[in-house]
Ligand binder design. Structure first.
Ligand code: AMP
Length: 116
């Protein structure tokens, strides 16, 4: 747990969210400002600042995280039509919350990959 990390507070239950999926390693919950009909965040419970902070030691946990992200997309019913997965990293990536998270966006065609 990292002090003053909003997603660590969500993991701890200090900030209540709808827990879409949870196990010992990951937690999924709706984005507070949805950008699509379906917009859910999937995070590792352990504080990791960003994708840029990963090391070889994180391979097992990150494999679990990605497989569960796929599972959550199935739970949400967006897997067949498809969805966009976004991981924003640091300043140029537009990262706002510095606790690693993957966005699942779906429920409509998501359009071009990046703004032109
Ligand atoms: P980013 O760091 O840019 O990948 O995105 C951070 C995301 O976290 C944004 O889409 C926010 O809307 C979302 N967010 C921030 N605070 C909360 C919260 N308390 N509950 C759910 N989502 C949040």
């Amino acid at each position: 747990m990292s002090e003053n990390c909003i997603f660590c507070k969500i993991v701890a239950g200090t900030i209540p969210v709808k827990r879409v999926y949870e196990d010992e390693v990951v937690l999924a919950f709706p984005d507070i400002a949805p950008q699509a009909p379906v917009h859910v965040l999937v995070i590792p419970k352990r504080h990791m600042a960003s994708l840029a902070a990963l090391t070889e030691a994180d391979r097992g946990e990150m494999g679990h995280w990605l497989e569960r992200l796929s599972h959550v997309a199935r739970l949400l019913g967006v897997d067949e039509a498809g969805y966009r997965t976004i991981i924003n990293t640091n300043a140029h990536g537009g990262q706002e919350v510095f606790h690693l998270h993957g966005h699942i966006l779906g429920g409509r065609p998501m359009g071009p990959m990046v703004a032109r």
